[in-house]
Unconditional design. Structure first.
Length: 83
């Protein structure tokens, strides 16, 4: 699992996620990976961007509470957006 804090990364997070997905695909033949994107109280529109990424990709999870993620990283702390 890769946990990525997102702060002022509205313009770059999509590229970062694509690069991570490429790396994972090279290492694992299946979709056996998770990417957790955490909105770190960013003042830009990164939350909307990562919501869109999570809706498109089944292996991307998002969270809008960085303190909770830090405390509970070993548990199931991520959410898929409800459609």
């Amino acid at each position: 699992m890769d946990v990525i804090p997102c702060y002022r990364s509205e313009k770059t997070i999509t590229t970062v996620v694509e690069e991570i997905k490429s790396e994972m695909a090279a290492k694992r033949p299946s979709d056996d990976y998770e990417i957790v994107l955490v909105n770190d109280c960013s003042p830009d529109n990164v939350w909307k961007v990562i919501q869109g990424l999570a809706q498109k990709e089944k292996n991307i999870y998002i969270n809008d509470s960085p303190q909770y993620v830090i405390k509970e990283i070993k548990g199931s702390i991520t959410n898929k957006p409800q459609l």
